[in-house]
Design a protein around this ligand. Structure first.
Ligand code: SF4
Length: 181
C-alpha cells in the first residue's frame, strides 16, 4: 500500500461502458463511509485526474475496450496497478458495448456515412473522437485481469463485499456468486 497514512490507492476507470457500473458504485451510499478511511481515490471519472498514476493498488475497470484511447489506458493501468478488477459485464464479456461486433469493422460504416452520404466536407472524424477498434474486446483479451466482478451493473452490495475482501487481503467471496451477482 502506497497511499497516504497507509491507505490503499484505488482507481476506478471508465472505458467503453455506459457509466452504470460507476453509478452502482455510488449506490454504496453510507457504505462508502466504511471505505473512506481505508482508500485514497487516485484516479476516477469522479475526480479530475488527467493522467493515470503510478503505484495503484486496486483498479475497478468498467467497460470494454472499444477504441484506441481505451486500449492505451488499459495497457497503462495494467502496467501501473497491482490488482486489476474487470468491473461489470461490458468489461467481462463485451456485453452491450460489443453489440456492434456483428456489423464488422466500423470503418466501412463510417465511410458510408461521413464520406459517401455527404455533399460537403467529406471525411471520417479523427481528431476529437478516438478511432474505433475493428472489434470491441473484453478487458481480459487486452491485458491480464486479476478478478472478475460481473453484473450489469454489479450490485452495490457485491461491489462492497469484493472491495472489503481485497482491502482485508481475504479470498474473494464465492466466485459462483460473483459471476451471477
Ligand atoms: Fe453499463 Fe451494464 Fe456495461 Fe456496466 S455492464 S457499463 S451498467 S451496460
Amino acid at each position: 500500500m502506497n497511499g497516504s497514512r497507509g491507505r490503499v490507492r484505488l482507481a476506478t476507470v471508465w472505458l467503453g461502458g455506459c457509466s452504470g457500473c460507476h453509478m452502482s458504485f455510488l449506490d454504496l451510499d453510507e457504505l462508502l463511509f466504511d471505505l473512506v478511511p481505508r482508500v485514497e481515490v487516485v484516479y476516477s471519472p469522479l475526480a479530475d485526474v488527467k493522467v493515470y498514476p503510478e503505484h495503484v493498488d486496486i483498479a475497478l475497470v468498467e467497460g470494454a475496450v472499444a477504441n484506441e484511447d481505451n486500449l492505451r489506458l488499459a495497457r497503462t493501468l495494467r502496467d501501473r496497478t497491482r490488482t486489476v478488477v474487470s468491473f461489470g459485464d461490458c468489461a467481462v464479456t463485451g456485453n452491450v458495448t460489443a453489440m456492434r461486433n456483428p456489423l464488422g469493422d466500423p470503418q466501412a460504416i463510417l465511410h458510408a456515412v461521413y464520406v459517401e452520404a455527404v455533399d460537403r466536407d467529406p471525411g471520417v472524424p479523427d481528431r476529437v473522437v478516438p478511432t474505433l477498434l475493428p472489434k470491441v474486446l473484453p478487458l481480459h483479451q487486452v491485458v491480464s485481469v486479476d478478478h472478475f466482478l460481473p453484473g450489469c451493473p454489479p450490485r452495490a452490495e457485491r461491489i462492497h463485499q469484493v472491495l472489503v475482501a481485497l482491502l482485508d487481503g481475504r479470498p474473494l467471496p464465492d466466485d459462483r456468486d460473483i459471476r451471477f451477482g
